[in-house]
Design a binder for this molecule. Sequence first.
Ligand code: FAD
Ligand code: DHB
Length: 386
Amino acid sequence: MRTQVAIIGAGPAGLLLSHLLERRGIDAVVLESRDRAHCERRQRAGMLEQGTVDVLRAAGAGERLDREGLTHHGLELRFGGAGHRIALSELTGGRTVTIYAQTEIVKDLIALSPEGRIRFEAEVLEVDPASPRVTYRENGVLRTLDCDLVAGCDGFHGVSRAAVPRAKVFERDYPFAWLGVLADVPPSTEELVYCHHDRGFALHSLRSPEVSRLYLQVSPDEELAAWPDERIWSELRTRFATRDGWTLKDGPIREKAITPMRSFVTEPMRHDNLFLAGDAAHIVPPTGAKGLNLAVSDVTALASAIAARYEEGSSALLDGYSSARLRRVWRAEHFSYWMTTLLHTDHSADAFARRLQLSHLEYVVSSKAAATTLAENYVGFAHDGP
Ligand code: FAD
Ligand code: DHB
């Protein structure tokens, strides 16, 4: 089989790249190891930067997002039993963020894809960036896909990153993980609450007027079995408690999972005809809500670069892809690291470090300059349009 662009992975990065290329009349095949139901079910991100919403809307993938997405103008930082609003829109010239689940973006993009363009249950085993060619297994049979370019959008555990020789890796592990919960209970807040507490960080997010999304900092070796629903609600109540008696509504927990936290960047993001995008090239801890947004930003730039090659015969954008992306990636890496260390409780930290952390939190909520730094990074910078 032959195509112009072989895309590995049907996560948000691979699906959006395929869609953007299709709109430019560029042929692509998406190879995805899992089945469609699995891809549409995986609970993950929910906070979209304005630039991400703009890209999806401009690509004709924003219809349900516009109907069901929840627009937010601020968030709350809570610590010491009191909440402090960060007025995101006011501090960023009117920019907003939108709550719309990654699962829904994935469903929308799969629904827009022409029949046969995405091949589910097709696991890529090997990438040859020079030929270029991808070897995969479908229905137990080994097949090859010849192409002009390969887009490695296969996430952190994919195979494409290994095809970049002499790559430099930068990484950091954290002594924290997140226990994420999806609960059938109306949110107890209208805006997201990022909460710092001596016992650990907690986040109150939402999915709809009826469904809440909550996260608790736990230790990385924590077992899910140690967290029956009542313990989760009790711990959330303790961490979110305020001096003015805010109450957390509880209800049936539909799903729970523990996710480790890490920072990871591989450089460069290109070798020969292979281009990495999204989690295949970089991971951030989720506190800054940057992972999905960075994946969208990568493939928006990659789609423009690929289009320039086919439409104008110019490879300049493809040649500049890795260095341009890495500048944006490192900004998100720094912000995600900053939000994580600002808000989590490192139980091994000494008393001096704890006092510094509290002073930092006080500063962010009392200085317009510091709050603006948080706000402009959180709402994100414009993506390079296709
Ligand atoms: P993925 O979504 O991982 O997709 C990769 C795809 O490749 C998968 O479908 C996989 O099955 C497939 N694949 C892997 N190997 C192969 C192979 N060999 N052959 C074929 N296919 C293969 N980000 C935000 O921006 N905002 C948030 O609020 C946020 N919250 C998060 C909360 C949690 C709990 C977690 C875990 C993540 C969160 N993220 C958030 C991060 C975000 O979910 C990821 O950054 C995003 O999924 C990256 O998309 P991707 O397409 O690059 O990779
Ligand atoms: C969500 C996840 C995040 O990591 C975050 O920072 C904000 C919101 C969410 O899943 O809704």
